[in-house]
Design a protein around this ligand. Structure first.
Ligand code: GTP
Ligand code: MG
Length: 448
């Protein structure tokens, strides 16, 4: 007779089912019953609970996106397209992925490529340009080449594009960068981060490996796409006359760009630029509230000039005094609302940057020293440049894409194709730092 502690499994293992079946004692029949019926039921219940949990979290964090007026900018595809047909319908565009990365980020780059390839590029086979401030090592090259059958090139940056320009006073700039660390400005004391932002603001489109291309799609390490992309975004950007596409629009950290808006505004005034996209970036100041402000004009002027005291002389500085401004992010009755398009994902036409207007803009802005004395990001830089140089119908919100960078996420859900929304990250449109309201305001509003 079997001892209680021996249990059913040892019996199965040592004697096989035959012996067990022969044993007619009701107790063993009960054990067999639990093994064959209760265990599968328990597993089924666990699965039900798990899927139930996923469903609940899905509905908590990803309510359907609000309907937007699409007369100025419509998503290119509602749901899935026939991707095989789309891939054959037209020749590949003159376009590339561009990835700036360090050798040490190889795992994150591979992870991003897997997502890009599985959701999109296995159908379209667009090439990649990998850029680095030092040469890529064999480990990096071997790893990325394994992830795609597309054409891949590796480039190194020169000192001019990733470093200080020769006119900069290195001692002063480095000191200013160090100070930003003391002030707790995010990445403010990382010199390489300042170089990276300046590189993407004024140089990536001039790199020799980028010269042959007309369009780019920027990819970073550790990003993720969570919907299938069943059409060629470059092609649809082109036929819809779009110049710049984004997925996430959010507010910038004010302490990284305290004076950027005033310089861009001054540039806008000096060059008599006017675009209907500019409204996306500004909060109109209430004139009455402005006159009721406690500071005297002199105090305000002194305050503004104090904020600029560390900036080198440049042609824009003389234009910066706005007697009515009560902070450095304000200018002539407008205040920067901090909205910008997140540049870790961008699909854009390189003509946006390759022209005299953008070149002059970059040059004059660089002269202010803001890339080092503040921590101007390439995202607000590209965004405000678009605000000067593009009309709003030339912008495209890839609202049907699912895209995650760090813990900021947009899920295309009811718009995209086969979207699997991440259960644990809330939709950015539903969060306070999002700029969806500002976007809706300039694009015709919500429809509900
Ligand atoms: N080769 C190289 N690449 C860099 C350097 N600094 C940043 N990058 C790349 O530039 C891109 C942006 O840098 P990140 O550090 O991701 O900046 P971020 O996205 O603002 O910050 P996270 O939220 O931490 O991702 C990434 O693709 C990095 O791999 C650098 O010093 N050398
Ligand atoms: Mg990043």
């Amino acid at each position: 007779m079997l001892h209680w502690k021996q249990g059913v499994f040892p019996v199965l293992l040592s004697n096989g089912f035959q012996n067990l079946r022969l044993n007619k004692h009701p107790f063993y029949r009960f054990r067999l019953f639990s093994l064959l019926i209760v265990a599968p039921l328990a597993i089924l219940s666990l699965f039900t609970l798990w899927f139930g949990y996923k469903h609940v979290s899905y509905s908590i964090y990803h309510p359907p996106l609000r309907a937007l007026n699409e007369t100025i900018d419509a998503v290119f595809s509602h749901g899935c397209k026939n991707v095989a047909l789309e891939a054959q319908m037209h020749p590949r565009m003159n376009a590339t992925f561009v990835v700036l990365a360090r050798n040490s980020e190889v795992d994150g780059v591979v992870s991003s490529m897997r997502s890009v390839e599985s959701h999109f590029n296995r159908h379209f086979n667009y090439p990649y340009v990998f850029l680095n401030d030092v040469p890529f090592d064999d480990n990096f090259k071997d790893a990325v080449l394994k992830e795609t059958s597309a054409f891949v090139e590796f480039g190194t940056l020169d000192a001019e594009s990733f470093g200080f320009p020769n006119w900069a006073n290195l001692e002063v700039e480095k000191e200013e960068i160090a100070k930003q660390g003391d002030l707790g400005i995010m990445y403010g004391d990382m010199e390489s981060y300042h170089h990276m932002c300046r590189f993407f603001s004024g140089f990536f489109y001039k790199h020799p490996l980028m010269q042959k291309y007309q369009w780019y799609w920027r990819v970073e390490p550790d990003i993720e796409f969570t919907c299938d992309i069943t059409y060629d975004p470059f092609y649809y950007m082109d036929i819809n006359k779009k110049m710049y596409g984004f997925v996430i629009a959010i507010k910038e950290l004010e302490d990284t760009v305290p004076n950027m808006f005033r310089y861009v505004s001054a540039y806008k005034r000096e060059h008599k630029l006017d675009s209907d996209l500019w409204d996306f970036f500004i909060t109109k100041k209430d004139k009455k509230a402005r006159s009721a402000m406690p500071l005297t004009t002199i105090d305000k002027k002194a305050q503004i000039m104090h904020a600029f005291k560390n900036f080198p002389q440049n042609s824009l500085k003389g234009l910066l005094v706005d007697e009515n401004a009560d902070s450095t992010t304000q200018m002539e009755g407008d205040a920067y609302n901090m909205c910008h398009f997140w540049s870790n994902f961008e699909i854009a036409n390189l003509d946006l940057f390759r022209n005299d207007e953008y070149e002059q803009f970059f040059h004059e802005m660089e002269q202010t020293g803001g890339f080092w004395r503040e921590r101007w990001g390439d995202a607000p830089f590209h965004s405000l440049a678009a605000g000067l140089l593009l009309r709003k119908e030339q912008l495209h919100y890839f609202r049907d894409f699912g895209y995650r960078h760090s813990d900021i996420y947009h899920c295309g859900q009811n718009l995209g194709c086969n979207c699997e929304c991440l259960p644990n990250i809330e939709e950015i449109e539903a969060k306070p730092g999002a700029c969806i309201k500002e976007w809706a305001d300039i694009m015709g509003g919500f429809l509900d």
